[in-house]
Design a protein around this ligand. Structure first.
Ligand SMILES: Cc1cc2nc3c(=O)[nH]c(=O)nc-3n(C[C@H](O)[C@H](O)[C@H](O)COP(=O)(O)OP(=O)(O)OC[C@H]3O[C@@H](n4cnc5c(N)ncnc54)[C@H](O)[C@@H]3O)c2cc1C
Length: 399
């Protein structure tokens, strides 16, 4: 039986481990945390991410956890439209999911054929010719035909195999929260939750996850919001950070104030936004009778502005599953490792390039620059959003 070791039990690692196990591989999943768990936030899945989930055989569970996200346009903090909402064709429409709901679906997809080892922090990797690829934590070594590094932006495996790819700050910090359904503010019908507002160096996006048990009875529900601010992350306590957020967004259009008022410090997840620059030159490293591949944030961590990081991780998983489907250890599996890299790297480069353009727009500060941005935004943002949505909509899993 073909064997794989997957490092990291985030979205990318769970999706990959389940997909390989369902294709008959014997899989060991290594996670440094003491258990496999998800953040209590949410995320947007674009059509490419949805298509990848379906290709991975996880489409069925999706209908029960996804809430459609309408095109809400983009407002300025004074309430004026920067970009008017427009109807979105159904093949370009995103959905929003609670991360814990998605996590449950991915864990259910592991079945009983994945051996999960928690508390294993991978520190070493061997990817040399003539020897089976392996990873180790200093106490034990884990060998397999295929090693999948899904260990996130600070990937120990990538640091060893692609040391030129460096983690850098994207110049902003992000705060996310899911207000649980039982604390969600009751808003008038003319003040929908879903919306995006863009100011000088600040952005606020909110999306409804519906009521608990909506969309088929298994969602956690609530209201998701993400705030982005240019500058470093804040060292203060969550309660003080929340006070700061309420101050920064005080005069912004409703319902932002209502949402921040309903948020408790324990709902808040703060993160410095970071990215990989440059990207690794390759995502596949043939070794022994197979090799090592980089997947998800370990391969292409990018700022969250287009909401594509997890979608790309799912694309990676679907692509890997497809290229290794028929590959037996030896020349075919080594070729599959290279072919994964050939398919995934150009795709990641394209999405990262678009995300960086969006970063520049989002982080514009200074009065003149802002005026120029606002004047241009009406054309640039729809084009950027449009091309991002098109790129997302155009991706198809390999046959
Ligand atoms: C503010 C924000 C909003 C976002 N919104 C969206 C969105 O709307 N849509 C979207 O598609 N994406 C979004 N993203 C991006 C998305 O969250 C990431 O791209 C995605 O979670 C990456 O998944 P991953 O599995 O590759 O890595 P991770 O989620 O980082 O998982 C890595 C796993 O590996 C484990 N690990 C790490 N090192 C080791 C080690 N040495 N040994 C063993 N285990 C290890 C970690 O504990 C973790 O469990 C957002 C990101 C941010 C910051």
């Amino acid at each position: 039986m073909r064997t794989a070791v997957v490092v990291g039990a985030g979205i990318g690692g769970l999706a990959t481990a389940g997909a390989l196990a369902r294709s008959g591989w014997q899989v060991t999943l290594l996670e440094r945390g003491d258990r496999v768990r998800a953040e209590r936030t949410a995320l947007v899945l674009w059509p490419n991410g949805l298509r990848a989930l379906r290709a991975l055989g996880l489409g069925e569970g999706l209908a029960a956890i996804a809430t459609p996200l309408p095109d809400v346009g983009v407002r300025r903090p004074d309430g004026h439209w920067l970009v008017q909402p427009r109807p979105v064709p159904s093949d370009r429409a995103p959905v929003v999911v609670h991360r814990e709901d998605l996590h449950d679906a991915l864990v259910a997809g592991l079945g009983d054929r994945v051996e999960i080892r928690t508390g294993v922090e991978v520190r070493t990797v061997r990817a040399t010719d003539g020897e089976r690829p392996s990873v180790g934590d200093g106490r034990s070594s884990y060998e397999a035909d295929l090693v999948v590094a899904a260990d996130g932006i600070d990937s120990a495996v990538r640091r060893r195999l692609a040391p030129g790819a460096t983690v850098v700050s994207s110049g902003c910090a992000a705060w996310r929260a899911v207000i649980p359904w039982y604390r969600a503010p009751q808003l008038p019908v003319d003040r929908p939750v879903d919306g995006e507002t863009l100011g000088a160096g600040y952005r606020f996006v909110a999306a409804s996850l519906g009521d608990r048990g909506s969309s088929g009875g298994s969602t956690r529900g609530g209201i998701y919001w993400v705030a982005t601010a240019a500058g470093a992350s804040r060292p203060e306590s969550p309660a003080t950070q929340l006070t700061l957020l309420r101050r920064w967004f005080a005069d912004w259009p409703a319902p932002i104030g209502d949402l921040l008022a309903a948020t408790e410090p324990e709902d808040l997840v703060q993160q410095e936004v970071r990215e990989l620059r440059p990207l690794p030159k390759s995502y596949g490293f043939p070794a022994g009778a197979g090799g090592v591949v980089l997947l998800g944030d370990s391969a292409h961590a990018m700022p969250h502005h287009l909401g594509q990081g997890a979608c790309l991780a799912l694309e990676d998983a679907a692509t890997l599953r497809s290229v290794v489907r028929e590959a037996v250890p030896g020349a075919p599996l080594r070729e599959a490792v290279e072919s994964y890299s050939r398919l995934r790297r150009p795709r990641a480069v394209t999405v990262v390039r678009q995300t960086r353009r969006m970063s520049a727009v989002l982080q514009t500060r200074g009065r003149l620059a802002l005026r120029a941005r606002d004047a241009a935004l009406g054309t640039i943002t729809p084009r950027l959003m449009g091309s991002a949505a098109t790129a997302a909509a155009q991706w198809r899993p390999p046959a």
